[in-house]
Design a protein around this ligand. Structure first.
Ligand code: SF4
Ligand code: SF4
Length: 115
């Protein structure tokens, strides 16, 4: 499943450049302006960063763990989004579709993936 950003976000910006799928946006309206959907309830009021579930793969295919959560200075700010369950295979396929020019490694799978 994708991750989402909670209201605990302090808008530090550390996560955005680390995302291999360009799934993170400064605000909900910025994501929507780019044509990327955001889970219901996330980033309402445009006060915090958001993750688009259409582009997040939990970093599967790229890294061993979600990079946004790894760099975020706030505990439990980048967390799994239960509204969008996906299997490892679905996440790998998504990573390939989003990154046709990048090598996607099927061994790069976060142990926390919950389909
Ligand atoms: S888990 Fe990975 S792909 Fe998803 S938003 Fe975070 S950095 Fe991007
Ligand atoms: S790293 Fe964490 S606190 Fe900083 S913008 Fe991203 S989600 Fe918000």
């Amino acid at each position: 499943m994708a991750l989402l950003i909670t209201e605990e976000c302090i808008n530090c910006g550390a996560c955005l450049p680390e995302c291999p799928n360009e799934a993170i946006f400064e605000t909900r309206s910025a994501a929507e302006a780019a044509g990327c959907k955001v889970s219901e309830g996330q980033g309402e009021g445009d006060t915090v960063y958001v993750i688009s579930y259409e582009r997040c793969t939990e970093c599967v295919g790229h890294f061993d763990e979600p990079q946004c959560a790894a760099v975020c200075p706030v505990d439990d700010c980048c967390v799994p989004d239960p509204q969008h369950p996906e299997s490892v295979e679905e996440l790998l396929e998504k990573a390939r579709r989003l990154n046709p020019d990048k090598e996607i490694d099927p061994n790069k799978v976060w142990s926390g993936v919950r389909g």
